[in-house]
Write a protein that binds this ligand. Structure first.
Ligand code: KG4
Length: 338
């Protein structure tokens, strides 16, 4: 009999629902929240209210687009954490209510596992999935981690950021340049037209596989502050070169530790995930590195890089197969590691 999983994601500012049948994606609906734009960052209280408004139509659309009825579902998977507590509560409560109404089990999913396992979402035209063990570089607005993935439920964080995440480095530097939030995609766009070797910024010297991005942010900030004193139009005149140089530095920092981890573990496959894995420069750098070292690269479709319920549904699918269900007294958690 087929296993059909509804996934629900509400950890931050995207309300998403997806349906997966035996690992194959049937639908993936995402409602993004524009309400935060004017604040330059996600406002938690506004995010949870928007989730409440969005969740019923988003789930309904995902079920309809999948061509199933809700009675066909085998289980409901939901993001339990990490994320914003109020936002997570909406998805968790909705999943519990639907589960009680339909008499179907619930499966709780660690959002970070979802990002890693997004490479196992099969599509009609793409059913190539990684083989264990592999390394996943998980880079988002809240995390920068090198994860050794031995199985769907056996992941080890080899290294992670000790301060800012890679996405924060993009966003905070973009803010200093006067770009809208989130700045990552704007830097990406500008970098395509800039000279990446024009400016040099500080790079961290952290032992092991850990990352640090706060020094880069500070060095960027001071450089711009000093340059603006001499020429108030400095940023405007050098926008593209600044973006390209910043992006190059972030990629170098990311790749440096990743290469070390790959060499030390001897894995043959490398995946990337999380919002920053949408970055064109990061994607190219990973593809080049893997080609050079004869490694298989797994670079997600852009739709699966940011928060989406398809990754929650696939992570829930694997837990379902082993009967790893969740109780109704489960509460969301704001912080949790892999
Ligand atoms: O995984 P994600 O959607 O959620 C959180 O961690 O909250 O990641 C969001 C992050 C933001 O920092 C955003 O600027 C960054 O991913 N991002 C990018 C790009 N697209 C999204 N950074 C660089 N280049 C991009 N194209």
């Amino acid at each position: 009999m087929s296993v059909i999983i509804l996934g629900i994601e509400s950890s931050c500012d995207d309300t998403s629902a997806a349906v997966i049948k035996d690992g194959l994606l049937l639908s993936n609906v995402i409602a993004s929240q524009s309400v935060h734009e004017e604040y330059g960052g996600v406002v938690p209280e506004l995010a949870s209210r928007a989730h409440q408004q969005n969740i019923v139509p988003v789930v309904d659309t995902a079920i309809k687009r999948a061509g199933i009825s809700k009675e066909d579902l085998s289980a409901i998977a939901f993001t339990r954490g990490p994320g914003l507590l109020g936002s997570l509560l909406v998805g968790t409560s909705f999943a519990k209510g639907l589960s009680l109404g339909l008499r179907k089990p619930i499966v709780d999913v660690n959002h970070l596992h979802g990002h890693v396992l997004s490479h196992f979402i099969r599509r009609e035209d793409n059913d190539e999935v990684p083989e264990y063990p592999f390394i996943c570089l998980l880079i988002s607005g809240g995390n920068s981690q090198i994860v050794l993935v031995r199985n769907y439920n056996d992941m080890e964080v080899l290294g992670q950021t000790i301060d800012d995440a890679a996405g924060e480095a993009f966003d905070k530097c973009a803010k200093v340049m006067g770009l809208p939030y989130p700045g990552g995609p704007h830097i990406d766009r500008l970098a395509a037209e800039g000279d990446a070797s024009k400016f040099k910024f500080a790079k961290p010297h952290i032992p092991g596989y850990d990352y640090s991005f706060s020094g880069l942010k500070t060095s960027f900030l001071y450089m711009l502050r000093d340059a603006k004193k001499l020429d108030p139009d400095f940023i405007e005149k050098n926008k593209a070169d600044l973006a390209a140089s910043l992006q190059r530095t972030i990629i170098e920092i990311l790749l440096d530790k990743l290469k070390k981890a790959v060499a030390d573990t001897g894995v043959k496959q490398v995946a990337i995930g999380g919002g920053v894995s949408a970055n064109s420069g990061v994607r190219q750098a990973i593809a080049d590195f893997c080609a050079q070292c004869r490694l298989k690269a797994f670079i997600p479709e852009r739709a699966f890089t940011t928060d989406n319920a398809a990754m929650v549904a696939i992570a829930g699918y694997y837990k379902y197969l082993t009967g790893d269900f969740c109780h109704y007294d489960a509460v969301p958690y704001a912080r949790v590691t892999i």
